[in-house]
Design a protein around this ligand. Structure first.
Ligand SMILES: [Zn+2]
Length: 139
């Protein structure tokens, strides 16, 4: 077993055959690297959510406002990231980032967003209320 090496530092592994690292330090480093790798996609989405929320907050200082989509985009808003959504009875979708959100509008062909702060009634959401006919088994 002379050729076995520590995957972290490359030192030769000696001692017990099931030993994976040369030292406690190397085992610690490797375990934390794996933890960080597993968390990376979550951290990345959280970062983008926070950025979106900061943009909504900056554009909506008094509870409600309408802005052009291009303003949001220019500020770096990521339309694909939101923490929850709400659909009104008129089937208007609100995309929320924590406690702020928006719904898309069109005024004379111009794409805009009505930005709002999250309301308590938006905390109720039943996905099965909106089951697509294709997903209904009636047999
Ligand atoms: Zn090592």
């Amino acid at each position: 077993m002379a050729n076995r090496k520590c995957p972290v530092c490359g030192n030769p592994l000696t001692g017990r055959i099931d030993r994976k690292y040369c030292s406690d330090q190397c085992r610690y480093l490797e375990n934390n690297k794996n933890k960080y790798d597993a968390e990376r996609p979550i951290l990345e989405i959280n970062r983008r959510l926070r950025k979106n929320r900061a943009i909504l907050k900056a554009l909506c200082p008094i509870g409600k406002s309408t802005v052009r989509k291009e303003v949001m985009v220019a500020m770096g808003y990521d339309m694909t990231i939101f923490s929850s959504l709400f659909l009104t009875t008129k089937k208007q979708v609100y995309y929320l980032c924590y406690d702020y959100g928006f719904t898309p509008l069109k005024e004379k062909g111009v794409e805009k967003a009505l930005i709002i702060t999250k309301q308590d009634y938006m905390n109720t959401w039943d996905p099965w209320k909106f089951v697509n006919k294709n997903n209904e088994a009636n047999k």
